[in-house]
Design a protein around this ligand. Sequence first.
Ligand code: FE2
Ligand code: FE2
Length: 486
Amino acid sequence: MASTSLAFFNITTTYRRQQPISAVAKLPPPTLRHHSMPPEKVEVFKSLEPWVSKHVLPLLKPVDKCWQPSEFLPDSTKPVNDFMDEVRALRDRTIGLPDEYFVVLVGDMITEEALPTYQTVLNTLDGVRDQTGASPSPWATWIRAWTAEENRHGDLLKTYLYLSGRVDMLMIERTVQYLIGAGCDIGVENNPYLGFVYTSFQERATFVSHGNTARLAKEGGDPILARMCANIAADEKRHENAYVKIVEKLLEIDPNETMLAIGNMMRKKIVMPAHLMYDGRDPNIFEHFSYVANRLRVYTASDYVDILEFLVGRWRLEKIEGLKSDGRCEQDFVCGLGARIRKLQERADERADKSRQRFHRRFVKLKLNIDDTATKKNSDCKRKGSFGDVRESNTQPAADGYGGVFGLNEQMEKESSSNSKMTVKAMVQKSRNKTRKYLPKPDSSSQKAKGIMLRDNYVKGQRMYQVTDDLIVTPFFPYGLQFFHP
Ligand SMILES: [Fe+2]
Ligand SMILES: [Fe+2]
């Protein structure tokens, strides 16, 4: 199994390339508001302290009941040969997992590893922050213990990935360092109402994501990795319960302010905590990671709406009473938002389908053909260990590395192979000649790299994604984790 050089972290995306900044990643977007919670509301959180002690802190697990990373990893206290056998077994288990899976797992792991940033964000929230670093306040106790539980997630995933030999640890470590240096701006304005709406959503998103990596690991033949991801997902679920409970309580005692906060966060969109991810080379690395996660169905656009609708139902937002006119306005907005996003998604899907069909027809008209060898290689792309329609990513690319790059459908492949005057190489060359001016300059080091690659290309101004060396291009990118609210 070829090692998964995370060369996708290096890929050329010159169209939005920014000047690298030595110690941090992209500049964070400016936060427009600070301390948006009226000062008198601090008392609300002070008054909730006994309730937090009684109903939230018990959701933490005692340390001796928590799993620890070493329980899932080769035992380094064993004699060298036994330890090496366990490492070999770990590597054998990961053979059936495609490279794309590792892209997503690495992205998840990097997100977990930026934990210092998230603890910092929680400690910016007025009325709940840890004032001393060891404050006995139940809010501060929760923040520290939550961080301690979360800390196991990145530790476990990172060690497992390191031992798997499937990823480029140096690039990963640099990316983590960049990400922690960059921080994150999730738009919570030091306001705990906004902060707890965000964490409710975010913990559920990570529950969904880790749950899906668990499922895929099981399908790919690695039950230990599946168990690891499932255990992480269970932690996220427990944390989700705590934050959802806090917002539920806030809705009970201060419905209008809480409804405004929910509306505020949903209008802003929930941005992922690792949105400033950067590896020192690719300024769009987070979009690339999100795209692969979307493709593998680990975290999709539809999951976003599912989470929104889940929270609307869980908090019974439609039935909240005692709202002022601005609160009622946000209630209507939030309760109808899921349906509106779904409608937009459907329209985007339809547009993408039509565009894809037009795209295919254009190539049929051009009578561009594919040689038999390339066709065969492309049709062999699916193999055991790849998920659903995901193409195996470390099969050799056909022709010059762009075999199948245009996503020919079966009908086209039949037509093409029956009239093989033009090879894939010639077809691509012809297309390139027509579109050369839109193509970013190739990065020779990334072209040589094997394993996961992501490239952005343009064909007549349309964005194309080539996810791996051998295939997977969607000429149209309707959405990744980007949403447009009406
Ligand atoms: Fe986590
Ligand atoms: Fe979490």
